[in-house]
Design a protein around this ligand. Structure first.
Ligand code: NAP
Length: 248
């Protein structure tokens, strides 16, 4: 059964990792996918082709999610190929880890801009269209770290916790117009972002997971299908943990 047949979706940061996994699973479920990348042009164009071969509309855009004007321009361009925007997935994100004592202002600001300000930029940019449609689902990719904190990630944890506050506020503001906004809090998902971690840290994460394995991008994508589809029509303002039980 194709759960997203004909839905038009924007995903930020889908050239790699979780975003790419979401795009692939959404394409398999019949969604048309416009997605962004920051610098990985070749993998982005490869994904565009892969999705088109599934028989859905697909388009890759180079667009910096931290830029307000680029986000507005992106949505304008997407509306030239899609006649609606049913789902926005704010997924683009980075880490710049360090203990607070060693963290520079630049690394704090950069993580907040790319992870959190981007969510404001893109949500503002799609808001008018979703209001006109009186329908929409916005999904923000937070993290377990935004819920529980993590030593060495004050910038990242603050950005991800901020996304949760933003999510709940948007759910309250736009609920009466049938626009839903939820967050996903993935735990340890094996992507290039986690490849940067040393083996001891990775083992520590795995030991703390009741299901005793790291998650895959598809694990997160499956949760996104629920939140993007009409199956979750009465769900808004929630944080769905996709973490193998880590926060239990
Ligand atoms: P990833 O493999 O590092 O991929 C990050 C994606 O974001 C890439 O497509 C990258 O594009 C894009 N991106 C980075 N900066 C951008 C910008 N300024 N504008 C537009 N796109 C940008 O990361 P991931 O592990 O898939 O993580 C995806 C999301 O899930 C992030 O928000 C992350 O915080 C969250 N998350 C991940 C985990 C985990 O364990 N992996 C856990 C919890 C939450 P380029 O390829 O062009 O650089």
């Amino acid at each position: 059964m194709k759960l997203l047949d004909g839905k038009n979706v924007i995903i930020t940061g889908a050239s790699r990792g979780i975003g790419r996994g979401i795009a692939q699973v959404f394409g398999q479920h019949g969604a048309n996918v416009a997605f962004t990348y920051s610098s990985s042009e070749a993998p982005a164009l490869e994904l565009e082709k892969e999705l088109s071969n599934m028989g859905v509309k697909a388009k890759a855009f180079k667009s910096n999610a931290a830029s307000f004007s680029e986000s507005e321009e992106l949505v304008k361009q997407v509306l030239e190929i899609f006649d609606s925007i049913d789902v926005l997935i704010n997924n683009a994100g980075i880490t710049k880890d360090n203990l607070l004592m060693r963290m520079g202002e630049e690394d704090f600001d950069k993580v907040i801009e790319i992870n959190l300000k981007s969510v404001f930029n893109m949500t503002k940019a799609v808001q008018r269209t979703m209001l006109k449609q009186r329908k929409g689902s916005i999904i923000n990719m937070s993290s377990v770290v935004g819920v529980k904190g993590n030593a060495g990630q004050t910038n990242y944890a603050a950005s991800k916790a901020g996304m949760i506050g933003f999510t709940k506020s948007v759910a309250l503001e736009l609920g009466s117009r049938n626009i839903r906004c939820n967050a996903i809090a993935p735990g340890f998902i094996e992507t290039e972002m986690t490849d940067k971690l040393d083996e001891k840290t990775v083992q520590g994460w795995r030991d703390a997971i009741p299901l005793k394995r790291g998650g895959s991008p598809e694990d997160v994508a499956n949760a996104c299908i629920f939140l993007a589809s009409d199956l979750s029509g009465y769900v808004t303002g929630q944080v769905l943990n996709v973490d193998g039980g880590m926060l239990t």
